[in-house]
Design a protein around this ligand. Structure first.
Ligand SMILES: *Cc1c(COP(=O)(O)O)cnc(C)c1O
Length: 472
């Protein structure tokens, strides 16, 4: 009893400090600080446990990172073993063992043609680095290519939160306020089929949207360094799954117009789409590739930018030529994170993770069929283990809900009451379970989330969102 009381006081203190000391990312703190925060204490497999001991299925892989489940033994052991040797030593002119070993492993699983690994520590920095490498590549390649300084990106794109990666981003809600800070980027139309900007349908459209990219490249290729794309799925935009052939078509256009192709595989990499990397689905070979999220199996922050030998070679020269890539974060190539990533990649092979994932992808597809008749489910999008369920006020005219109704937010709170943690993208409900989730857990996840969608969208009139969110 006493213990119980003490722990209740300790929890109260944690909740108080959380709302008074912390500033959470992508979170309206005015709203958050008057809610009862959910505080996670530990995880195991597909489950998260809060400080009160409640269990939740981790339906979004702790923001798209967890691969083999939490507390995966081999990864934990790799981390502990490396901690017993050294936690950090610099990569600036010096090497460390896990960073070397990981580079070899990454190149072995990466799309063909990628030959060099440059480390950093987040998806944003991996993209930022790809942009800077692409820019500098053309500066150093030949006097004739020095005008190639700009980038093309897609509408609805998300490439991270640093100023360079925001410059190529295309989500107004996140990016608009920073516009005066950003460099100008050419914008091609994203293949968002559900709301096709050309009012066409796939496949009879014959990928009409590629013309938008081609037009830009045809007219401006002399000033364009690179095209950057989230291959196959635009994640943060709401899991927009591309029509077949778009990525390969875009790659072909970049080759034709002598523009580098940057694949941002930060979300899609490490098995998310059912292949190790999304580019593989269309046999695409990027010139530069950014990876992060799943790289350590979801345990420690690490990222990498991979480059071809062609790109790399433009940076070679005598020191006084100043062709060096002058970029590097203090914790670049952190040995503990690299050791975790090595273990992550080994597990893919040893446990045949991708082969064992395929039936679960089919199971998820079958379950998602159940949603298609619902009145407020506009579109259900799936690419492997990436799912977006777009909720709309009116299905016939694809009319979104008014923002203040916070439909997506309500659905996740409802799911949370029933033991599932998810996070929406606006009114798109996201499912991104760990690749290792068990078939039965996957069913429970679907049961809870689908019921939450029904409960929230089928209420005749929606009450105002209560300020004490869920636990109060
Ligand atoms: C998450 C994400 C990023 C940014 O990664 P961070 O580690 O959050 O900086 C970049 N690109 C894509 C496609 C992402 O999904």
């Amino acid at each position: 009893m006493e213990k119980q009381r003490r722990s209740t006081a300790a929890h109260k203190r944690l909740r108080h400090l959380d709302t008074t000391c912390l500033w959470h990312p992508f979170t309206q703190m005015q709203d958050y600080s008057c809610s009862e925060p959910l505080i996670i204490e530990r995880g195991q497999g597909s489950f998260l446990y809060d400080i009160d001991g409640n269990a939740y299925i981790d339906g979004i892989s702790s923001l798209w990172v967890t691969v083999h489940g939490h507390r995966k033994r081999q990864i934990d052991e790799a981390i502990i073993s490396q901690v017993g040797k050294i936690c950090h030593s610099t990569m600036l002119g010096i090497a460390n063992i896990p960073a070397i070993e990981l580079a070899e492993k990454l190149l072995r699983i990466a799309p063909k043609g990628l030959a060099k690994v440059f480390y950093s520590d987040s998806g944003s920095t991996a993209v930022e680095i790809a942009l800077k490498i692409a820019f500098q590549y053309w500066q150093q390649k030949s006097p004739a290519t020095k005008k190639k300084k700009k980038f093309v990106a897609l509408t609805n794109a998300y490439h991270g939160d640093t100023v360079g990666s925001v410059s190529v981003g295309g989500i107004d809600l996140f990016h608009k306020v920073y516009r005066p800070l950003l460099f100008k980027t050419f914008r091609a139309e994203s293949p968002y089929c559900y709301r096709c900007p050309y009012k066409k349908t796939h496949p009879s459209c014959k990928l009409h949207c590629l013309h938008s990219l081609e037009e830009i490249l045809r007219r401006h290729h002399g000033e364009i360094a690179a095209f950057v794309i989230e291959p196959l799925v635009q994640g943060a935009a709401g899991m927009l799954v591309f029509p077949k052939g778009y990525v390969a078509g875009a790659r072909a256009l970049c080759s034709r117009y002598n523009v580098l192709f940057i694949a941002d595989e930060v979300a899609t990499g490490f098995g998310r789409t059912g292949a190790m990397f999304a580019c593989e689905h269309e046999n695409v070979r990027p010139d530069l590739m950014a990876i992060a999220k799943g790289i350590t199996g979801g345990t420690l922050p690490l990222a990498a930018t991979l480059a071809t030998d062609e790109v790399y070679s433009a940076f070679l020269g005598d020191v006084q030529e100043c062709k060096t890539f002058y970029h590097g974060h203090t914790y670049t190539g952190n040995p503990v994170a690299c050791a975790a990533a090595c273990a992550n990649i080994d597990i893919f092979r040893k446990e045949k993770v991708l082969a064992r994932l395929q039936p679960k992808i089919r199971q998820l597809r079958r379950r998602l069929e159940e949603l298609k008749g619902l009145q407020h489910v506009g579109q259900v999008r799936q690419c492997g283990f990436m799912v977006g369920i777009e909720l709309v006020a009116d299905r016939k005219i694809k009319k979104p809900y008014p923002v203040h109704k916070r439909i997506g937010h309500r659905v996740i709170l409802e799911a949370r009451k029933n033991g599932v943690i998810i996070r929406p993208l606006g009114d798109v409900i996201v499912l991104m379970p760990p690749l290792a989730i068990r078939a039965q857990e996957l069913d429970t996840l679907c049961d809870v989330v689908f019921a939450a969608i029904k409960t929230v969208t089928e209420q005749p009139s929606l009450p105002a969102v209560k300020k004490t969110c869920f636990a109060g």
